[in-house]
Design a protein around this ligand. Structure first.
Ligand code: SF4
Ligand code: SF4
Ligand code: FES
Length: 235
């Protein structure tokens, strides 16, 4: 039997214990689902795909942000004990559900939307697959916005305005996109006190990203690009 401590309530809530039967190949999401379906139907949690595609099942498991659907109990349980809480650095809606609004608003603040230079009537842009900008995009583009890196980042905890690793990683993909029209605007958006220069390169985001992306490297790229733009008087 697993002894599972699960966060219940809001920010002023607390952990409640549930005993869950141990099963073969059981994931942490299976444990949460068992509790909600068999023990306490009032437990609020979130998931969609169960196969590591959507990122919506991210929670704090034994103190670390993880995708619960891709985390086997056998990897994380200590003496058949688990502690499951909501993602850090985001307001708690209830139980294991956080409000991701600030996280997504920061993607917008970092100018994370593609600004096209062409219309559908124009010819395709030709981007050399082996070019340095294209390779930089390839290394960072697979982010699914799960918030694990954001929950793992100390700077987000100290500075609520900090754009955070996911938004900055997204900005870096667009800074490298030759088809995009907003490069200067985007560099200006990420160059301020809450932007890339606030990152202390501790790499928790890169260690924790379930997609094995490296936001720290993207942020280092933004640091270089913003300094070059500033020296050229473009910011
Ligand atoms: S960079 Fe990785 S951890 Fe961060 S939101 Fe994207 S997929 Fe999730
Ligand atoms: S490397 Fe930068 S963005 Fe990543 S966790 Fe550390 S401070 Fe946050
Ligand atoms: S439920 Fe979609 S990634 Fe876990």
């Amino acid at each position: 039997m697993l002894q599972v401590m699960v966060w219940r309530g809001h920010a002023d809530g607390g952990f409640r214990r549930y005993d869950v039967p141990r099963e073969e190949s059981q994931t942490v999401l299976d444990v949460v689902t068992h509790i909600q379906r068999r023990i306490d139907s009032t437990l609020a949690y979130r998931y969609a795909c169960r196969v590591g595609m959507c990122g919506s099942c991210a929670m704090t498991v034994n103190g670390r942000a993880r995708w619960t659907c891709r985390t086997h109990v056998s990897e994380v349980a200590r003496d058949d004990r688990l502690e499951i809480g909501p993602l850090a650095h985001l307001p708690i809606v209830r139980d294991l559900v956080t409000d991701m609004s600030a996280f997504f608003e920061k993607l917008a603040k970092a100018k994370g939307q593609f600004q096209p230079t062409k219309t559908r009537r124009d010819d395709f842009a030709r981007i050399e697959p082996t070019s340095a900008p294209r390779r930089a995009i390839d290394a960072a583009i697979e982010c699914i916005g799960c918030g694990v890196c954001y929950a793992a980042c100390d700077v987000v905890a100290w500075n609520a305005e900090y754009l955070g690793p996911a938004a900055l990683n997204r900005a870096w993909t667009l800074v490298n996109d030759a088809r995009d029209a907003a490069r200067g605007e985007r560099l200006a958006a990420v160059a301020g006190d809450a932007g890339c220069h606030a990152c202390h390169t501790h790499e928790s985001c890169t260690e924790r990203c379930p997609k094995h992306l490296a936001p720290t490297a993207s942020i280092a790229g933004l640091k270089r690009a913003t300094v070059v733009a500033a020296l050229r008087g473009e910011l």
